[in-house]
Design a protein around this ligand. Structure first.
Ligand code: NAD
Length: 494
């Protein structure tokens, strides 16, 4: 029995279990500051139990034909559609993003379920007959075993789906460890996984924080770890899990530049760029946090339009109609962001729009900020290189596209880079030379659809194979090559 209905439970070996952890954390609605749940910091013995259950379940699950394994995903897709609004509301309640943003997130989650239904095709190997007389050689893909998925707070519904449907459809069993700041959505998703009929131990949910994660990284029976979060933690996950002999994919933080050339369409660019910077209150790994105007002409026309568009954004509780931007996740996060805004000013930037004193009627306790714009960020300063993860646009001016591309490539991250232009030649040059894994041309959030890998370069990614699509299938399978001889003299004709 749960201590209270708001105690977050683990789902281990097909059973909902209250954690025996001595410590738990409050989960607060970032807009109302009301407590909406208590998340346990599960212990290493709970992680061990989940891994054991998942390892036992793997023995049967890997034998289930892929065509049957995807039937569970078809059922899950229907359940996710049926509970779509409830899941989206839950995301808004625990994360703060607007309901429309939450709906977009769940749509992206479902798309991954749809793509993973193609496993009978995607998981195929290959064969070459007659590599020598009477000898054939072929390659199979087989599942790995127990796979762990560790996710961040900013997309509590979508990010586990970059991995889970593929891992399961390939015949692995999984353990999901959601962010301790946003554990409610996965709690609901796991009720749907249970309803979809997965056998006990195939899908497991273990809540917790860093110690829970480290227990996963150190467990000898966990074969692969998929992680999304900040760069320092991604680096830690990558090295610790790899040291323990595991396969790892670790997606990290970002500082994404958007270049605006003088020939960009001002109206379209303004709308798309402000949506990219301030969508999800800037708490998106694909938020364009650095806007780079190229040439005096671009600067003169676009800046007043960006300031006006940012200023007009309606900030409030994401469950209410007409709200365009919600709060940031915690009071600590708000404090960190306001500190970085001040740091930018101290480094010499002009504060074109100051959103630090935001207040929303009826939600005085919420972690609200309004859009902020810092112009002329110091190129040798800290703020131009730091992931702020809040509703802050940094503006930088350069003289031409070569200088702009050099600026993009001087960054340590490489999650996304975008260009706004009407010149095909400029777009082609940028696409070819920009050092980032996700490129947008007249696009502000270049989020790959589920049938493409979510690429990320440099300090935004540690590993080889990314989440989603064929990369996920390769990550969650190991190849086996068979060389087979059938001498001619053995052949009999019946
Ligand atoms: P975070 O790194 O603080 O936490 C992510 C996960 O790691 C959580 O589950 C948390 O419990 C765990 N964790 C935190 N500290 C740990 C530690 N010391 N040891 C072991 N585990 C630890 O990230 P966050 O604040 O939840 O999410 C925001 C970050 O995620 C941003 O940097 C953002 O750019 C990044 N992000 C990246 C992508 C991408 O695709 N590259 C997507 C979404 C978010």
């Amino acid at each position: 029995m749960a201590k209270s209905s708001s105690t977050i439970l683990n789902f281990i070996g097909g059973e909902w279990q209250e954690s025996g952890a001595a410590e738990s954390l409050e989960v607060n609605n970032p807009a109302t500051a009301k407590t909406v749940g208590y998340v346990p910091l599960s212990t290493s013995s709970e992680v061990d139990l989940a891994v054991q259950k998942a390892a036992q379940a793997f023995e049967d699950w890997k034998q289930v034909p892929p065509t049957e394994r995807i039937q569970y995903l078809f059922r899950l897709k229907d359940l996710l559609e049926e509970h779509f609004e409830d899941l989206a509301c839950t995301i808004t309640i625990e994360n703060g993003k607007t309901l429309n943003e939450a709906r977009g997130e769940m749509r992206r989650a479902i798309e991954n379920v749809e793509v993973a239904c193609g496993i009978p095709t995607m998981m195929q190997g290959g064969i070459l007959e007659d590599i020598a007389p009477g000898i054939d050689e072929y390659m199979l893909r087989q599942p790995l075993g127990v796979c762990a998925i560790i996710s961040p707070f900013n997309f509590p519904g979508m990010i586990p789906f970059w991995f889970m449907p593929y891992a399961l459809a390939c015949g692995n069993t999984v353990i999901v460890k959601p962010s301790e700041r946003t554990p409610l959505t996965m709690q609901k998703v796991f009720h749907l996984l249970e309803e979809a009929g997965y056998e006990e131990g195939v899908v497991n949910l273990v809540n917790g924080g860093p110690d829970t994660v480290n227990a996963i990284l150190d467990h000898p029976e966990v074969r692969a770890v998929s992680f999304v979060g900040s760069t320092p933690v991604a680096r830690h996950i990558y090295s610790r899990a790899a040291k323990n002999g595991k396969r790892v994919q670790a997606q990290g933080g970002a500082k994404n530049p958007i270049l605006i050339l003088p020939d960009a369409d001002v109206e379209m660019t303004t709308k798309i760029v402000t949506d990219s910077v301030f969508g999800n209150a800037g708490q998106r790994c694909l938020a364009a946090s650095l806007v780079v105007t190229v040439g005096e002409e671009a600067k003169g026309s676009i800046i007043p339009a960006l300031v006006e568009s940012a200023h007009n954004r309606t900030v409030g509780y994401g469950l209410e109609e007409g709200i365009e931007m919600g709060p940031v996740i915690t009071p600590q996060s708000k404090e960190r962001i306001t500190g970085l805004i001040q740091r930018g000013v101290d480094e010499g930037a002009n504060l074109l729009l100051d959103g630090r004193e935001a207040s929303v009627d009826g939600y005085q306790e919420g972690n609200f900020l309004r859009p902020t714009i810092l112009e002329n960020l110091a190129l040798d300063g800290e703020v131009v290189r730091t992931e702020i993860f809040g509703p802050v646009m940094g503006l930088v001016h350069v003289k031409d596209i070569d200088e702009a591309i050099d600026f993009v490539n001087s960054g340590t991250y490489g999650n996304m880079a975008c260009l706004f232009t009407s010149s095909g030649a400029a777009a082609r040059k940028f696409r070819n030379q920009a050092e980032a894994g996700n490129i947008g041309i007249n696009i502000g959030v270049a989020a790959p659809m589920a049938f493409f890998p979510f690429s990320g370069w440099k300090e935004s990614f540690f590993g080889t194979l990314h989440g989603q699509s064929n990369h996920a299938v390769e990550f969650y399978t190991q190849t086996k090559v068979v060389v087979e001889r059938w001498p001619k003299e053995w052949s009999r004709v019946f």
